[in-house]
Ligand binder design. Structure first.
Ligand code: AMP
Length: 281
């Protein structure tokens, strides 16, 4: 087990550390998180360590990506445990800014998004990607990292962030990692801890339904018909479905023809918990 990573809380302190890393000739990777870390986050940190000598993990429950009626105030915060987990995988630095540090009095800048940000999550959480984009852009600029690791678990977010970094010429490589799952297929998520034991038993229906739809599409079923079947399976298990959709795997535009890469994406409520998942077809 490694040392407990150093914790910094301000942009100035972060820059002091990253300047030292650059002076020693090290590459730097950043893993942006909202904390309540699980094996999915840890896989990102391990991959970050494989790409760069120095790794900074940011933990920031970003208020601008939550709507007033969402779970910002009850989002799990488990800092001590997070630091213990991060020491085991040799994270060098934890960046723990306050909301006031990120959004000083009078903060007035927005990033307007289109393309991969359209539809899916945006239809149900219209505030979400503008909040993600501003905080991720700030983290990239504050850290000046060479690499940023993102999970495919949040597939639309991954595509939005990748496109934003390219469009704004941010000097960073966005590196995707596959979704880490429980043995029964449920995608790991900090929000899974909201589930009651009964809900937890039902939750894998989303990944099972997406898997079945992906297999059907590969066997020749029309994507539209396959996702409709998945939607019915998920709804029949008692979930309240926001969407189950097939999209172009890169642009996230609705699929147009034969032979293009397809990604299946779903979001559904299980009681008071909103779960998302996605899979290649
Ligand atoms: P979050 O803390 O939920 O904002 O997630 C931080 C990062 O971890 C994002 O890039 C997520 O996509 C990624 N992540 C979350 N859950 C998983 C998972 N089950 N497998 C892989 N990456 C994940």
């Amino acid at each position: 087990m490694g040392q407990t990573p150093k914790v910094v809380e301000t942009v100035a302190a972060l820059r002091e550390e990253t300047a030292r890393y650059r002076a020693e000739g090290s590459k730097l990777a950043i893993v942006p998180t909202m904390g309540a870390l699980h094996e999915g986050h840890i896989a990102l940190v391990k991959q970050a360590k494989a790409l760069a000598r120095r790794v900074v993990v940011s933990i920031f429950v970003n208020p601008t990506q939550f709507a007033p009626n969402e779970d910002f105030s009850r989002y799990p915060r488990t800092l001590e445990r997070d630091l213990a987990l991060l020491s085991e995988v040799d994270a060098d630095l934890v960046y723990l800014p306050s909301a006031a540090e990120m959004y000083p009095e009078g903060f007035a800048t927005r990033i307007a998004l289109s393309g991969p940000a359209e539809g899916l999550e945006s239809d149900f959480r219209p505030h979400f990607f503008s909040g993600v984009a501003i905080v991720v852009a700030k983290l990239f600029l504050q850290s000046e990292a060479d690499f940023a690791l993102f999970g495919e678990k949040d597939y639309q977010q991954l595509k939005v962030v990748t496109r934003m970094a390219r469009d704004l010429d941010l000097k960073i490589e966005v590196v995707p990692l596959p979704t880490v799952r429980e043995p029964d297929g449920l995608a790991l998520s900090s929000r899974n801890r909201y589930l009651t034991p009964e809900e937890r038993a039902v939750a894998p229906v989303i990944s099972r339904a997406l898997n079945a739809a992906a297999a059907a599409i590969r066997a020749g079923t029309q994507p539209q018909a396959a996702v409709e079947e998945a939607r019915q399976t998920i709804a029949a298990a008692g979930l309240n479905v926001d969407y189950v959709e097939a999209r172009h795997a890169e642009t996230l535009a609705p699929p147009e023809g034969l032979g293009e890469p397809i990604r299946l994406l779903a979001a559904a409520w299980l009681g008071k918990t909103r779960l998302i998942d996605n899979m290649p077809a």
